[in-house]
Design a protein around this ligand. Structure first.
Ligand SMILES: Cc1cc2nc3c(=O)[nH]c(=O)nc-3n(C[C@H](O)[C@H](O)[C@H](O)COP(=O)(O)O)c2cc1C
Length: 183
C-alpha cells in the first residue's frame, strides 16, 4: 500500500512540513509505503481554461497527477489560510480535476494540519474535504490537528507532547488499517 504525502506549504520553516515528517515516520512504522513530495514540485500557474485548451496541462499539474495515480491514497498536511485551504492547494486540485479520467477518483486520503492558533487548522481541513470528496476521494473521517504548533516540536523535529504523538499514531494506524481493508 502506497501513500503520496506532502505538506501544502512552500515556506522553508513550514510547521506543516514538520508535522508531515513525523507523520511519515509513523505511517512507515504502520506498514505504509511512502512517496514523500515537496509541494514546490507541483508548482503551476493559476488555472486558466484557455491555457489548458491552448497548451494542455502544466508540468506541475502533470507531476501531481502522476504521483496521485501511482498511489493508493494521500496524506495531505495543509495549513489553514483564512479559515480555508491555501489557494495554492485548491488551484492544484482544480488543474488535476480537469484530467480524464480524474486521477483522484478511487483514492483515499488522510488530512492533517498544523497551526500556531488554538483551532489547529480544523476549519481549513473541513473545507479541503469538499473538493476532494467532489472528485471521488474517500476522505478518512478523523482529521488530525496540531494547535500551537510553533511550540509543539523539539529541536530535532519530534512532537514534544506524548499525547499529541499518541493521537497521531492512533489516527494513522486507523487510516492505514482502513486502506489495507480497501485493498
Ligand atoms: C494568508 C494567511 C492566512 C492565514 N489564515 C489562518 C487561519 O485562518 N487560521 C489559522 O489557524 N492560521 C492562519 N494563518 C497562519 C498559518 O496557520 C501559519 O502561518 C502557519 O505557520 C502556516 O503554515 P506553514 O508553517 O506550514 O507554512 C494564515 C497565514 C497566512 C499566510
Amino acid at each position: 500500500m502506497r501513500l503520496l504525502a506532502f505538506a501544502a506549504s512552500l515556506r522553508r520553516e513550514s510547521l506543516n512540513r514538520k508535522l508531515l515528517r513525523v507523520a511519515v515516520e509513523v505511517a512507515r512504522s504502520a506498514g505504509a509505503g511512502m512517496d514523500v513530495a515537496e509541494f514546490a514540485e507541483f508548482d503551476m500557474p493559476l488555472y486558466n481554461a484557455d491555457a489548458q485548451a491552448a497548451t494542455g496541462f502544466p508540468p506541475g499539474a502533470q507531476a501531481l497527477a502522476a504521483r496521485v495515480r501511482a498511489a493508493d491514497g494521500m496524506m495531505i498536511v495543509s495549513p489553514e489560510y483564512n479559515f480555508s485551504m491555501p489557494g495554492t492547494l485548491k488551484n492544484a486540485i482544480d488543474w488535476v480535476s480537469r484530467m480524464r479520467p480524474v486521477p483522484f477518483r478511487g483514492k483515499h486520503a488522510l488530512l492533517l494540519a498544523a497551526s500556531g492558533a488554538m483551532a489547529g487548522g480544523i476549519r481549513g481541513l473541513w473545507q479541503l474535504r469538499i473538493p476532494l470528496e467532489g472528485n471521488g476521494v474517500l476522505v478518512y473521517p478523523d482529521m488530525y490537528t496540531l494547535s500551537q504548533a510553533d511550540q509543539a516540536f523539539t529541536p530535532d523535529g519530534q512532537l514534544a507532547d506524548a499525547g499529541a504523538l499518541a493521537r497521531l499514531r492512533a489516527m494513522i494506524e486507523g487510516y492505514v488499517a482502513m486502506a489495507e481493508k480497501l485493498r
